[in-house]
Design a protein around this ligand. Structure first.
Ligand code: CDP
Length: 795
């Protein structure tokens, strides 16, 4: 009766429960222009903040003169580190326990770092004022490349840190080195490949911003801000500012995309809050696009060397990987604190590999800090790229079909729960089924023949077929393993049914466009037999919502979705006692029928009552031995993570004359366990695949030797548009998570994680007959043409 993993339970009962394609509740306000984003918030007397940023990547500040700005009529104040020092706000902790300047105190460490702030009556005056602030810099040599940063005589990025004599941050390793070396020593075949997962910008449509409002009458600070984790930000904000937590309210209203970019705390938020505190007026700070790209948390920047050891017939026995990670000027990666390399050690992927070993070195450079989980679970993207690329490299070395070699090495479907060589406990999977479905949808055999025909005919356009059979890990906690700044990664739901039979569900996660107001209502509709239209979902306000750790790493469904189901079941249990009272029967004789959504007296099907009638009973005729009201709260600490998976097949056509890559076919088969809303899942997949195409084909944050960001705006940092996006063919299989209350796994990030290696594998596959084993991302036409030219395939 409780539901659970069995997909047969959830077959749609017409009330908008699990598995139904309910239209998104939130879209009415979005498509009619009634969304409420941070920049829509206007308060009486509100001032505006503009940040003065350093043009240099590495420089000591000799002097800051704000007098010309202060002399302007509309400028209210110019703030520097000295002003913040008075209030103990000159620095802030990063999520990896480093200390970052809010406004530069002594030395600039990356281009566009925050140097001063101008507060003015309107945004334009603030901007004009910022241009009048005069800063004298003593420019120093910068270092932007992680390998250069680790050279003996490299400029020291963090000279303010005691005991920091070089740019080395930490070393990390995982797995069994000795066992893995032994496997490699005895192997029939070994392969090795270097690959860079380039620095990316998560690029939400809405940049970061805040409206801070200190109320001296109430001694309360309210900050409306672009946050993926409002409660965690409230706790950190209270710790940094010294304002007691119950006097801090964080509101994250509508958020225009987060993708991991809105997990960290940025100096702009702190400056706005400090300015409001000092001036006792609300202060708004809204970032410009180039500020967002140049200074907020980047993703990836992992320079990796992968190795596989295998038998002659393609059984993978060992995997090794070595990584050099560029963390920028501060150690500000966003990941659970016990995982300095995130979930990178899931690099054995979907394969049953005996031995695995990975090592990583992280370095400071004069570049913006970051390492955020861009639409992924903390470096799982880099891990998936590594293993899925290496399997293709091995297949080519052994002249085996890449689908066949995967099939030989998959963790078998009857081996779950499965513990990997690096200690992950996979909950469930059926990788071969997903691959078979994708192969069929892609018409794989036909394209393999076509590929050979083109090679034989020396055709102008080559065909390449790329596969990625990825496994994901989503839904952090459990709290004992995963915490952010010490706070355990559980999540929460609070469900209150009103006397008239409708309900409000409040959740600890924060949506940024994923459709939670619809899908979380569907979970409650399913578990209580209510109509989905009668349930409102609220999120993002720390004064009203239960504490939660926020939305990133596709954790909403696995964690807060579970909390919503458990809270609804608690309400259902209480509803039984009210039903017994109303129907004048014993509570143990009351049963709930999922299909009708009604409560019955066992053996007397005509004696039934709906949840709406029960709600009235809870407030107007409650049983004497029960509290009045109908509500429940659940804080859910997941016992394990969930492991969604999929198989993507990409077929490309490459023009030998121009290096241009066209997508012939793009097939994505996903498995996220039981599905709440197939239409929303489809939308998630489409969006994520677009971002995967951006990654593989277009995007890279670049720096010149002086530390200038050369890809710091949308003219130079290329995002995919409708022109670059092909028609996606999506499919699915359903392998429920056995430990999740409704058998669901996360899905939002799967396409971004899974698709880049499929695309690169396809481009490599078009040229592998001529000896190409790798092409670096982004695979722009010039990069592809040069590769064609190197192996004599260009026209
Ligand atoms: O944490 P985030 O919302 O980014 O990721 P998610 O939990 O994977 O969910 C993304 C969207 O897909 C949400 O609206 C989910 O409710 C929905 N979803 C679903 O309908 N069925 C699933 N099994 C998983 C997610």
């Amino acid at each position: 009766e409780d539901g659970g993993p069995d997909p047969e339970t959830y077959c749609g009962h017409g009330r908008g429960g699990m598995g139904e394609e309910v239209e998104r509740k939130e879209d009415k306000r979005f498509i009619t222009g009634r969304g409420n984003y941070v920049d829509d918030i206007k308060k009486p007397g509100m001032l505006h903040c503009e940040i003065v940023r350093s043009p240099h990547a590495h420089a000591r500040i000799e002097n800051i003169d704000g007098s010309r700005a202060e002399a302007m009529d509309s400028v209210v104040a110019v703030l520097t580190a000295d002003d913040l020092l008075e209030h103990d706000l000159a620095t802030m902790p990063t999520l990896m326990d480093d200390t970052q300047d809010v406004l530069v105190n002594d030395k600039v460490k990356f281009q566009s770092q925050e140097v001063a702030a101008v507060i003015a009556e309107d945004r334009y005056a603030a901007k004009d004022g910022a241009q009048k602030v005069e800063v004298e810099y003593d420019v120093l040599d910068p270092v932007v490349d992680a390998a250069d940063a680790l050279e003996k005589d490299a400029p020291l990025v963090r000279d303010e840190l005691e005991d920091q004599e070089d740019n080395h941050i930490f070393d990390w390793d995982t797995g069994d080195k000795e066992a893995t070396d032994a496997v490699f020593d005895d192997a029939d075949v070994t392969v090795e490949e270097d690959m860079l997962y380039q620095r990316l910008h998560p690029a939400p449509i809405e940049t970061c911003g805040a409206v801070a409002d200190w109320d001296p009458g109430m001694d309360k600070m309210t900050v409306h801000m672009t946050s993926q984790a409002p409660h965690a930000h409230r706790t950190l904000f209270s710790q940094v500012s010294g304002i007691p937590e119950h006097k801090v309210r964080i509101v994250s209203p509508d958020v225009g995309g987060g993708f991991g970019n809105k997990v960290p705390i940025y100096p702009g938020y702190v400056v706005a809050a400090a300015a409001s505190y000092v001036l006792e007026q609300p202060v708004k700070w809204i970032e410009e696009r180039s500020e967002n790209i140049q200074t907020t948390g980047f993703a990836r920047d992992y320079d990796m060397t992968g190795e596989l050891a295998a038998t002659e017939d393609g059984i993978i026995e060992g995997v090794k990987v070595d990584v050099l990670a560029n963390h920028g000027a501060y150690n500000a990666a966003a990941q659970p604190s016990k995982f300095p390399a995130g979930f990178f050690n899931i690099f054995t992927g979907s394969y049953d590999i005996e031995a695995a070993y990975g090592s990583l070195t992280a370095a400071f450079t004069n570049t913006a800090p970051g390492g955020v989980a861009y639409r992924c679970s903390f470096r799982v993207t880099e891990a998936v790229y590594l293993i899925e690329r290496m399997v293709k490299v091995l297949a080519d070395e052994l002249e085996m079909d890449p689908a066949e070699i995967r099939r030989k090495n998959f963790i078998p479907s009857d081996a779950f729960p499965y513990e990997s060589a690096t200690g992950w406990n996979y909950d469930s999977g059926d990788y071969e089924k997903a691959l078979d479905k994708a192969l069929e949808m892609a018409d794989y055999d036909h394209y393999r023949e076509e590929q050979q025909r083109r090679i034989a005919n020396d055709a102008d356009k080559l065909i390449g077929i790329g596969i990625s059979s990825f496994t994901e890990v989503v839904g952090a906690g459990p709290g004992k393993q995963c915490d952010i700044a010490g706070i355990e990664m559980f999540d929460s739901a609070d469900l209150r049914v009103n006397p008239t039979g409708n309900a409000v569900l409040r959740v600890g996660v924060q949506t940024q466009g994923q459709g939670h107001e619809t899908t979380f209502a569907q979970i409650v509709a399913e578990e209580l037999g209510m109509d989905v239209d009668n349930i409102t979902v609220e999120h993002g306000d720390t004064d009203t919502e239960p504490y939660g750790l926020g939305t990133y790493g596709s954790r909403s469904t696995p964690v807060a979705g579970a909390a919503a189901a458990v809270a609804a079941r608690k309400v259902r249990d209480k509803a039984k006692s009210i039903a017994a009272n109303e129907l004048e029967a014993a509570e143990e004789d009351i049963t709930w029928d999922r299909e009708s959504g009604e409560f019955h007296v066992a053996g007397a099907p005509d004696r039934s009552i709906t949840i709406t009638e029960i709600a009235a009973g809870a407030y107007m005729n409650h049983p004497g031995d029960e509290e009045p009201g109908l509500e429940a709260t659940n804080y859910y600490d997941p016992p394990e993570m969930t492991y969604p998976f999929g198989s993507y097949i990409v077929i490309v056509e490459i023009d030998r004359e121009t290096g241009e890559v066209d997508f012939e076919k793009f097939v994505a088969v996903d498995d996220c366990g039981n599905r709440i809303n197939p239409m929303i899942i489809e939308g998630q997949i489409h969006g994520g695949l677009a971002q995967g195409i951006g990654t593989a084909m277009l995007e890279k944050v670049t720096y010149d030797d002086n530390g200038n960001v050369t890809g710091g705006d949308f003219m130079n940092y290329l995002l995919p548009t409708a022109n670059e996006i092909p028609n996606f063919e999506t499919g699915h299989t359903v392998t429920p998570s056995p430990h999740h209350p409704i058998g669901a796994k996360g899905v939002g990030e799967s396409p971004t994680v899974g698709s880049p290696p499929a695309i690169v594998n396809a481009v490599v596959d078009a040229m592998s007959h001529a000896g190409v084993s790798h092409v670096e991302m982004p695979m722009t036409p010039d990069v592809v043409w040069e590769t064609l030219d190197e192996v004599g395939l260009s026209r």
